[in-house]
Design a protein around this ligand. Structure first.
Ligand SMILES: O=P(O)(O)OC[C@H]1O[C@H](OP(=O)(O)OP(=O)(O)O)[C@H](O)[C@@H]1O
Length: 128
């Protein structure tokens, strides 16, 4: 059965569109918790869905492990950035295509601790 720490480890990728998601890292950092799984129902809670790559990989992994049902819940859904067909069952708010921070979401490892959700202004975004 999947444990909470395993799920946290499996949910990592790039959210704010700052760096590309590292799905291989995601999969390889999962501990060997997916061996004999019989039947379980999982609701995965995520802060934000961006490209959908993270959850697409995670859902496939969990389904492949024998989940009877996998449901995705996300506070924010940045649909305009989607690269794979991922549809969350439960979402809080549709999010514009901006750099979002706060409530655990960072921009270059900053502003995670803001007690509200904000968008980083263009003049603060590093263009490389
Ligand atoms: O839909 P995707 O494009 O795959 O992005 C979504 C993921 O990105 C964010 O994590 P992030 O990589 O920023 O890690 P962090 O939570 O440690 O900042 C977020 O928490 C999701 O897990």
């Amino acid at each position: 059965m999947l444990g909470p720490s395993a799920l946290q480890g499996g949910s990592r990728s790039s959210g704010g569109g700052i760096t590309p998601p590292d799905i291989h890292h995601t999969v390889h950092t999962l501990p060997p918790i997916l061996s004999p799984v019989s039947l379980f129902i999982l609701t995965h809670v995520e802060d934000i869905i961006d490209t959908g790559n993270t959850l697409c990989a995670l859902v496939a992994l969990v389904q492949g492990a024998g989940a009877a049902s996998v449901r995705v819940c996300a506070l924010l859904d940045k649909k305009a950035r989607r690269r794979v067909p991922l549809q969350a069952e439960y979402t809080g708010f549709e999010c514009p295509d901006e750099f979002i921070v706060g409530y655990g979401i960072d921009y270059a490892e900053k502003y995670r601790n803001l007690p509200y959700i904000g968008a980083v202004k263009d003049e603060f975004i590093k263009h490389s």
